[in-house]
Ligand binder design. Structure first.
Ligand code: ADP
Length: 160
């Protein structure tokens, strides 16, 4: 059986929280596709190309993990990749409302696609890309939140 899952998100940029979920998923599924949404409406800080590059670098030791960008609906991307599973991370109860609505909407759009929720190690449960960007812009040490290459990229961007 070829069990595939897609893990969609903006990943602007990837954090140790995302990587914790990816690692767990890579042990559960034969193939995990990290699906980087263009998310134009969110006006991302990094381009989709940059976000994919940072994820590829951070996941290069995980042989069954692949990173791709996509436009459009998550369920369409799942179907195109013959994946029945959409993974999402739940950090805290505050994530639940939105994730629950989105999972049920996606189920309505595509009955055959199932949303699976995973929890990260609790030490990452407070991490968000948004807050990391905020504190990085003010010069904080973010080395315990993101891989070194991501930290470097953030620092370079904020220097400009
Ligand atoms: P989106 O714009 O789709 O919410 P994100 O990049 O913010 O994209 O998040 C992608 C997924 O990863 C979401 O399911 C989100 O809840 C989850 N996630 C974000 N940060 C963490 C974290 N620190 N630990 C676990 N899951 C996380």
């Amino acid at each position: 059986m070829n069990r595939k899952a897609i893990y969609p998100g903006t990943f602007d940029p990837v954090t140790y929280g995302h990587l914790d979920i990816i690692k767990r998923a890579s042990g559960l599924y034969d193939k995990v596709i990290v699906a980087v949404a263009y998310s134009v409406e969110k006006n991302p800080f990094f381009s989709a190309h940059e976000r994919v590059g940072m994820l590829q670098e951070a996941t290069k030791s995980m042989e069954n993990v692949f990173v791709e960008s996509f436009k459009g609906l998550v369920v369409d991307f799942a179907k195109e990749n013959a994946s029945k599973v959409v993974l999402r991370g739940i950090r805290m109860i505050s994530d639940f409302d939105y994730e629950f609505q989105m999972a049920l909407t996606n189920r309505k759009l595509a009955q055959e696609v199932e949303t699976v929720f995973m929890m990260p190690n609790e030490k990452y449960s407070y991490l968000s890309s948004k807050l990391i960007k905020e504190v990085a812009s003010l010069g904080a040490d973010i080395s315990s939140f993101v891989p070194a290459k991501v930290e470097k990229k953030l620092k370079e961007r904020f220097k400009k």
